[in-house]
Design a protein around this ligand. Structure first.
Ligand SMILES: Cc1cc2nc3c(=O)[nH]c(=O)nc-3n(C[C@H](O)[C@H](O)[C@H](O)COP(=O)(O)O)c2cc1C
Length: 441
C-alpha cells in the first residue's frame, strides 16, 4: 500500500509490492563527509534542491517570504543550497514574482547571499555552497501572470486542448540571445557571491524542451548534436567567462517521460520506456566542457508530475506506484553516471522515501549511483532535515513532508506563493485556505 514511509519495513513492503530494490545502508555516516568539487568543498552530502516560492518583488529581488525560506534553509545545515529558478530575460519569467538577476538587481542579490551565508555560519558553523539556477521558462513563461509561451517546437501532446500559434516557436536568433543572457547571468551570479551557476536544462523549460526538438529545422533541431547545442555552447561560453573556481553546472533532465518525438531520453518506437543513451552521452559532453557537478532530474511538473515528484495525493491518481518513480530517478542517475565517473552527481526525488531517505541515499552513494543527496519538498516541510541527519543519523517521522501536493496547489493559483501548509501552517495554511479552498478567514 502507498503510504508515508516511516520505517524500514514500510519501505521494504512498498519495494516488494512494486518489484524493485533500493540500496539501503545500515548507517548514514557517509552523508557527513565533505566532498571536493574543483577547488570548493561541499561540507556535507545533503543538498537542498531549488524550490521556487514565486515570492520575489516585481523587480525580481528576493522578497520577505523568499528571505524567510532561505534563512530557514541556512539554519538547517545543508552542504549545498541550490537557489531557485532565476530568470535572465524578463519575458522568460514563469510568474511576475519570479527571481530575475540583471545588473539592476545585482546589489540586492549580493546582500542576500551575504546574509544567507552569515546566517548559516553563525547558526550551524557550516558554510554551504550556493548555486544560482539560471532559467528561461520557455513554454511556461508568464511574465505578466498569464501564459505567454515561447516554445522550441509545437507539441500536440501538450497542446491538444489549446493549440499554439506557430509564431510562438522561437527563432534560432532568439535562442542565440537566450544563450548570451544565460552567460551574462552566470557572470552576474559570480559577482553576486554565488559559488556557482546552473544553466538550467530540466522540467521542459526552454533549454530542456530543445533536447527533444527532433523535428525542429535549423541548427538547434534534429540530431543529438543540434538538440544539445545551445546547452553545450552556453556552458562553454559561461565557463570561459567566469573564474575557473566558480562552479558551472546544470540541472538536467535525462528522461522526460513522453514518447518520441516529444520526449528526451526515450527511443523511437519504444513508447515511454526510458533510454538513457543520450542522457549518458550528455553527461560526458558536459564533463568534457568542464562540468564537475551536475544535478540529475526527470519529468515535467505540469504534465506528468508523478514522474517528477512522486506523491501520495496529487492533481490525478498516478498511473504507477510512486516508489517506481523514485527507483527510476535514483537508479537512472546511477545509469547516466557511466557517462562521466569523475563528475559529482546529485539525485532528485528523495522526499517520497520519508524517514528512510537518508539510509537509501547513503546506500546509493555507497553503490556509486551519485555523490550528493538532493531533497526538494522535504525542505519546505522540514527545513532542519540536514541538521537532524547529521546529528542523529536520521529524520523525525513526525516532521516529514506528507506528499500531499498542497505546496503545488498553492503555486498553481494566480499570485500563489508556495510553502508547506501542513508543517509550516502558521504561514502557509491561511494561504492554502484562501487561494485553494476559497475561504476567507
Ligand atoms: C513548490 C515547488 C517548487 C519547485 N521549484 C523548483 C525550481 O525552482 N527549480 C527546479 O529545478 N525544481 C523545482 N522544483 C522541483 C524540486 O526541486 C524537486 O525536483 C522535486 O520536488 C522532486 O524532489 P522531491 O521528491 O525531493 O520533492 C519545485 C518543486 C516544488 C514542489
Amino acid at each position: 500500500m502507498n503510504s508515508l514511509i516511516k520505517t524500514e519495513s514500510g519501505l521494504r513492503t512498498q519495494c516488494a509490492e512494486a518489484g524493485v530494490t533500493l540500496p539501503l545502508a545500515q548507517d548514514t555516516h557517509i552523508l557527513r563527509n565533505p566532498l571536493r568539487v574543483g577547488n570548493r568543498i561541499v561540507p556535507n552530502r545533503i543538498v537542498y534542491q531549488p524550490m521556487e516560492g514565486c515570492d520575489g518583488t516585481p523587480e525580481g529581488i528576493p522578497g520577505e517570504l523568499t528571505v524567510r525560506r532561505y534563512v530557514r534553509f541556512s539554519h538547517g545545515g545543508p552542504g549545498l543550497i541550490w537557489f531557485e529558478a532565476t530568470a535572465v530575460l524578463p519575458e522568460g519569467r514563469a510568474n511576475p514574482r519570479q527571481m530575475y538577476l540583471h545588473t539592476g538587481t545585482l546589489d540586492a542579490y549580493r546582500r542576500f547571499i551575504e546574509r544567507i551565508r552569515e546566517e548559516a555560519v553563525k547558526t550551524t558553523g557550516i558554510n554551504p555552497v550556493i548555486i544560482c539556477q539560471l532559467t528561461h521558462s520557455g513554454r511556461y513563461s508568464k511574465p505578466n501572470g498569464t501564459p505567454e509561451p515561447l516554445v522550441a517546437y509545437l507539441n500536440p501532446l501538450f497542446e491538444k486542448d489549446a493549440p499554439l500559434d506557430p509564431s510562438r516557436v522561437v527563432s534560432d536568433d532568439y535562442l542565440d540571445r537566450v544563450g548570451e543572457a544565460l552567460v551574462q547571468g552566470a557572470v552576474l551570479a559570480e559577482k553576486a557571491g554565488f559559488d556557482g551557476a546552473d544553466i538550467k536544462s530540466c522540467h521542459r523549460y526552454l533549454l530542456s524542451e530543445l533536447l527533444s526538438a527532433y523535428n525542429r529545422p535549423g541548427k538547434y533541431g534534429g540530431p543529438y548534436e543540434n538538440r544539445t547545442k545551445l546547452l553545450l555552447d552556453t556552458f562553454s561560453a559561461a565557463r570561459a567567462a567566469t573564474d575557473r573556481d566558480f562552479i558551472l553546472t546544470s540541472r538536467l533532465n535525462v528522461y522526460d517521460g513522453f514518447p518520441y518525438p516529444y520526449g528526451f531520453g526515450v527511443k523511437e518506437g519504444q513508447d515511454i520506456r526510458p533510454d538513457f543513451t543520450e542522457g549518458t552521452k550528455l553527461i560526458g559532453d558536459l564533463a568534457s566542457r568542464g562540468a564537475l557537478l551536475l544535478d540529475v532530474t526527470m519529468g515535467n511538473p505540469y504534465v506528468n508530475p508523478h514522474v517528477n515528484r512522486p506523491y501520495l495525493h496529487g492533481a490525478y491518481e498516478a498511473p504507477e506506484r510512486p516508489i517506481l518513480g523514485v527507483h527510476r530517478m535514483l537508479s537512472g542517475t546511477g545509469e547516466v553516471h557511466k557517462g562521466a565517473r569523475d563528475v559529482k552527481l546529485i539525485c532528485s526525488g528523495l522526499s517520497y522515501l520519508g524517514a528512510m531517505a537518508p539510509r537509501v541515499a547513503a546506500g546509493c552513494i555507497d553503490a556509486g549511483w551519485f555523490e550528493l543527496a538532493g531533497f526538494g519538498r522535504q525542505t519546505l516541510a522540514y527545513p532542519d532535515l540536514a541538521k537532524d541527519i547529521l546529528e542523529t543519523g536520521g529524520l523525525d517521522p513526525d516532521k516529514l513532508c506528507m506528499l500531499c501536493s498542497k505546496c503545488t496547489e498553492i503555486m498553481r493559483k494566480p499570485g500563489g506563493t508556495p510553502g508547506c501548509a501542513v508543517r509550516d501552517s502558521g504561514t502557509y495554511a491561511p494561504l492554502y485556505r484562501k487561494l485553494v479552498l476559497g475561504k476567507t478567514e
